[in-house]
Design a protein around this ligand. Sequence first.
Ligand code: GDD
Ligand code: MN
Length: 414
Amino acid sequence: MNVNSFDTLLKVPTGVLQISDLLPTSMDRDNEGIHLSLVIPTYKERDNIQNVIRILSQLLDELIPKDYELIVVDDDSPDRTWEVAQFLTREYPQLRVMRRQKEKGLSSAVIRGWQVARGRVLGVIDGDLQHPPEVLTQLLSGIQQGADLAVASRHVEGGGVSSWSAVRRFLSRGAQVLGLILLPGVLGRVSDPMSGYFMVRRRAIAGAILNPVGYKILLEVIGRGQVNEITEVGYVFCERQEGESKVTWKQYIEYLHHLLRLRLSIGRSGRMNEQTGFPVGRFLRFGLVGLSGVFVDMAMLYLLSDPTTLALPLTRSKIIAGEIAILNNFFWNDAWTFADVSKKQQEWHQRLKRFLKFNLICLAGLILNVLVLNLVFNFIIPNRYIANLIAIAVATIWNFWVNLKLSWRVTDVK
Ligand code: GDD
Ligand code: MN
């Protein structure tokens, strides 16, 4: 009888969170390994687990029969999810179950699962059906076509969230922007760095000592692995039908902790790595468009507020002039700087969305501009024009980078 001898739980690996290059030997008589190991981390998913296993098995039995395994890693759920999963192994021979009693946490659960995995490709999917299983097909083919990492993303064509509150959307995006600032070379490489639904080649992360805190395992994979080619597949994050999310304010603190830790340990190498490179041409075009905005702003200010023209009050004129300049910049950026991206998203609601984002980001840029000006002028260089130049430069880079990543999403998609 092989490792799936019924009712046997997987042994929980101990020690460092490191995935070996070789497939674990003691596990199987014929040790050639298999194509895919898909880990399903669970905590209190008793009402979901059976459906999840059934749907995933059906799908994978068609795609890669017998060439996959499902590994449920349960953190000793009080609702005994692990027991239900263990029972299911009788019906699903590709299923293996781990019950962790000493460790906790989503990310480490995933890695412990990968440590006992026999697959050449390692994947993860939530155990609550919020990640649509059909997407596995595209993730698999992304890897087949040569990607080291295939990520299911809410933020590329075909992706989205079903009905998140404005607050949750805002928090999610805020977390992403914060990450972009702290770790541009990691978070900048994918459109949805918070995704918990992806596949990675074993060899891309073998040997690296992973050290995650909290929920966001993908950051760790990109930050510490040797991931060259990345492909992304759009998916809609479904509503939960059963059970409840385990996300609390604590996960936001952990996320921050995780970012800082990664930032410190990967240091400079984590910055805009060679494959990504800084898009110089695009940045120059963005800068030129920005310059044209200055002229538009000036001209409008003249037309609106000059005593010889309309003579409107200054503040009102400036707000209108500024917004028209933003409109000008948006137009040129959409038609020129990011033409390759906007060509693919031409519907008017997509354009409007980009425009609103551009506006918000520019507004934040303006605030940053004022802050930096004050900081530099008061504490570093007491010359207001030099300080202003520095402030403009910082705000321009901010505007460019965040718009690049959020408004005109240019990621390393193949
Ligand atoms: N083993 C284990 N240990 N599993 C856990 C733990 C834990 O401490 N906490 C959560 N899980 C499991 C859940 O049972 C579920 O299968 C999956 O991890 C995701 O947890 P949820 O609590 O449902 O997370 P969510 O739906 O709010 O967040 C998801 O959304 C992100 C996108 O914003 C997560 O799946 C992220 O991975 C995903 O990227
Ligand atoms: Mn969920």
